[in-house]
Structures are given as C-alpha cells and as structure tokens.
Ligand binder design. Structure first.
Ligand code: BG6
Length: 481
C-alpha cells in the first residue's frame, strides 16, 4: 500500500514525553501499524523529546523493544530496521528554553535534509500540569509557527483528561487558545475512532430503514454500557482521584450518546459532525440535586483500596449507573442509561436501542411483549444485532424473537487501541477533525457531570460495594431503568 495523497505530506511528529507510558502502549505501536500498512508519509520523522539521557541509537533501541513486545516474533528484522530510522531523540526539560532551541535545530536539520518546510505535529504525552510551560516554550521558541508562509502547518494533539471539571477544562482551553487556533487542536477520545462507533453514523444516516423511527415516538430506551473485565491495574495513583465516571463516563460514554442521539449532519464535514454532537450534548438535562440519589448509582469493588496508589479510605467509584435524558423534541422523555465500571466479569460493551411495543400489534393476546432491539456491540465482538418477532412455524400464529446478525469481524482481527490510534494519528496528518472532540463538546459534557460528581463527593448517594469479577452489582442497581 502507498500513502494516500492527502496524507503523503512531509511530517515531523514531536512526542513531548517521548519515553512515557502513552508512547509505549499506544503511539509507537500505532506508528508501526501505519508503517506496516505503508500509510505513513514518505517523508516522516518522530522526534522523542524527554529529559532522559539518550542518544538516537538508544531511543531506537527503546522503540525496538516496544514493538517487539507488542508484535512478538511476527515482524521481519529488515522492516524494524527501516522503521527505526524514522526516530530521533532530543533530550530536554519542559521548562528549559534551551531545550526547545535544540529541538528546533534538530527539526530544522531534518527539513534541510528533505529540502522542504515540513508540517509539525506536537503530541503532548504528558500530564496536564506541564501544559502551560510547554505551550509557552513552544511559542517563545517559535516552534508553534509554520516555517513557511504557504505551508508547514503546526498542530497539537492532546489527550484526556481535559480537566477535572468545567472550571479546569475552561482554563486548559484558555491556555490552548492563546497559542493555537481551534483547527490546530486535536483532542483525542479513542472511542470516537472505534470501528463500531464510527459505524453508528453510517448505520443511522446511510440507510433509510431506521432513521425515521429514531426518536421518542418509536424508541423506549437507550442503554449504553461498557462493563470492563480489567481493573485499575497499575494505575491506582492516577485512577483514585478520578473515578470511573470521570475516567470513562464524562468522555467515552457521552461521546457514544452523542453519536446515537445527534441530528443528521448533512455531510461528512468534520465541523458539521462536531457541531451536531455538541448540539445534542448541550441538550443533556442537568440532573437536579434532589433527583441525583434516584437517578444515579455508584459502587466500589472489594479489594480496590488495597491497590497501590489508592487511598486506604478511598470513596472512589469503580462502577456507575446513571439515568440521563436529552431534552430535545426528538428525545424528550426517553431514558438514556449509562452503565460502566471495572472488574465486572466478562466484558460487555454495547449500545442497546429498545423500540416500543407496536401500538397496533398483531400479537397473540396475553403473549410476550413485542419490542424490537438493535444492539451495536463493540466488545467482545464487533457486531450489530437486530431483534425482531417472527411467526413460529406450525399451525398457530404464535410468535418468537429472532435475530438478524452482522459481524464486522472476529475479535482476533482487531488490535485494540493501536488501530484506533493509527486512524487518529493519520487523521491528524490529513487534517480531519471528525473523530476528535471539540471544546464545546467537552464543556457540555462537564456541565452534565459536574453536579453528579459534586453530589457524590458530598455523600448524597451511598457508595455500594461489589464482589470483583462478578456482575452482582448489576442486580442492585437494576432499579435505575
Ligand atoms: C480509558 C480509561 O480512557 O478507556 C481506562 O482511562 C479504560 O480506564 C479505557 O479502561 C477503556 O477503553 P476500551 O477501549 O478498552 O473500552
């Protein structure tokens, strides 16, 4: 495969925090994935910037270890060697001006070697407390400026958490917009890049079958769940001040909700899609303080407090269930259930759309309730299921539920995270923000979550406990429907 013309543009990616966890787990393997597919630009460099004392050779050795650990024996040595040539290292401190001047020199040398003014992507694989220093130094060193009047864009990639509440999100935004225009800022939510979730737009808007019924007249309930098998693992210190709802509810869940409930964007234009997602997020009904105990539920799994980095008396939730509503003409009154958490046994990640019982139904008297369901599932397998009712074969008009089943692919054909990151990184080079989150979306998300988190902090909702690796808590929270 050769790179598509719109992505085959000379590009240098500077990874600030180049030897950190995010780089190791996602970014480096994602670039290798793109490399194997021949999708990277012909002129491409990744410059790792971190305070470690490393030479280019040592950095390449580090990158090699990362990809071998990921891909095992399946890779050809010559392929690794040519891939490693794309990497350079620049030692530097985020707060040291000279480090940025050195970085600029390294980048300029590369441009000189290529004889072009290349595009620059700055990937912030760092904790948000470093943002301010980094932005200021990128600006002072003029690294954030294009090297040419006609070309050489500069873009910034940042990762969640986009703040811890609306106030902090706004202050990050103020910092960002001092230096970068909205079209330069790429905020990653890897859920938006999941194949099955991208498919929601196609399913809804490229077919004529369902969209006419997509709303309160026909739909009874939307149920969004992401029950994780894994726990907090080694991320106790990160997770404990955050909790499940902030970690995945405020972002991934609400992003899914926006895809299911947004209005038609008319085109695939990124701005149009971001705007429609934001519009619906802004219409999320803010749950009133006195309704929060009825509409929300939280729990922590047994043993959580013994995890390294977790406070001994932690009141952080590892599971949540919330009943939300979007106050638009289309959705008013339709419950939207958000349910997620860690150590919940076998993974179940899906969106279930339940249709109402037909008003006039040719159903057996006293027979089962004739609802239809659409399940858009992304784990354990990426698939869409449509449940409908059919006549049972035989001499009666008895009915039975049946399934139409579309399997996107078997689980082993999907490389979690890597594929999503590869898509997102390529979109950044291409300049397509469709799968990135806009600041209006983020602020609307926080506006909805802040009052819930505040009420939980004040202890207005009890913190339940559950046995890890079971689904028992789902029974306890079952009253939220
Ligand atoms: C991340 C959270 O954003 O999403 C993790 O920080 C969570 O805690 C993960 O496990 C879930 O993503 P996925 O793609 O595995 O469902």
């Amino acid at each position: 495969m050769t790179p598509a013309p719109e992505t085959n543009i000379p590009t240098i990616l500077v990874a600030l925090g180049g030897t950190g966890d995010l780089m190791r787990r996602k970014v480096i393997p994602a670039f290798f994935y793109l490399y194997k597919q021949g999708a990277l630009p012909d002129k491409f460099r990744l410059v790792g910037f971190s305070r470690r004392d490393m030479t280019d050779e040592q950095f390449r050795e580090y990158v090699k270890e990362v990809i071998v650990a990921h891909a095992g024996e399946l890779i050809f040595p010559e392929m690794i060697d040519s891939f490693l040539k794309l990497f350079k290292f620049q030692k530097g401190e985020f707060s040291d001006k000279k480090s940025y001047r050195d970085l600029k020199k390294t980048i300029d040398e590369c441009d000189k070697e290529w004889g072009v003014c290349s595009n620059k992507l700055f990937y912030l694989a760092v904790a948000p407390e470093f943002y301010e220093t980094i932005f200021k130094n990128l600006s002072d060193s003029k690294l954030s400026e294009p090297c040419d009047e006609d070309g050489g864009w500069t873009r910034l990639i940042i990762e969640k958490p986009f703040g811890v509440d609306l106030k902090t999100a706004k202050s990050i935004e103020r910092l960002l917009t001092k230096l970068f225009l909205p079209e330069q800022i790429y905020r990653i939510d890897h859920y938006l890049a999941k194949e099955m979730l991208q498919n929601i737009l196609t399913f809804r808007f490229s077919n004529n079958l369902f969209e006419k019924h997509w709303g309160r007249d026909s739909i009874e309930r939307i149920y969004i769940k992401s029950l994780e098998e894994i726990g907090v693992e080694k991320r106790g210190a990160f997770y404990d001040p955050v909790g499940a709802f902030r970690d995945v509810g405020q972002n991934h869940f609400l992003a899914m909700m926006a895809l299911v409930t947004m209005e038609h964007p008319i085109s695939f234009d990124a701005k149009a899609i971001q705007r429609k997602r934001a519009d619906v997020l802004k219409k999320l009904k803010i749950i009133k303080k006195n309704e929060i105990p009825k509409a929300t539920f939280r729990a922590q799994h047994e043993g959580y407090r013994t995890i390294a980095g977790v406070a001994k008396n932690s009141a952080t939730e590892t599971y949540f269930k919330i009943k939300a509503e979007v106050a638009t003409k289309r959705w008013k009154g339709v419950p939207i259930i958000l349910e997620g958490g860690k150590r919940l046994g076998a993974p179940e990640k899906e969106v279930i759309i339940t249709f109402k019982h037909p008003k006039q139904c040719l159903c057996p008297k006293d027979g089962p309730h004739h609802k239809n369901e659409i399940i858009i599932r992304f784990e354990p397998r990426e698939e869409i299921l449509i449940e409908f009712w059919s006549k049972k074969p035989g001499f009666t008009m008895d009915t039975a539920p049946r399934m139409l089943h579309y399997i996107l692919r078997e689980p082993k054909a999907h490389i979690p995270y890597i594929e999503e990151y590869a898509k997102l990184l390529l979109d950044c080079i291409r300049g397509d923000q469709m799968l990135f989150v806009s600041t209006s979306e983020i602020q609307a998300m926080w506006r909805f979550t802040d009052p819930i988190l505040d009420a939980w902090k004040k202890g207005l909702v009890p913190l339940h406990s559950y046995k890890p690796d079971t689904k028992e808590i789902l029974q306890t929270s079952n009253y939220i429907q």
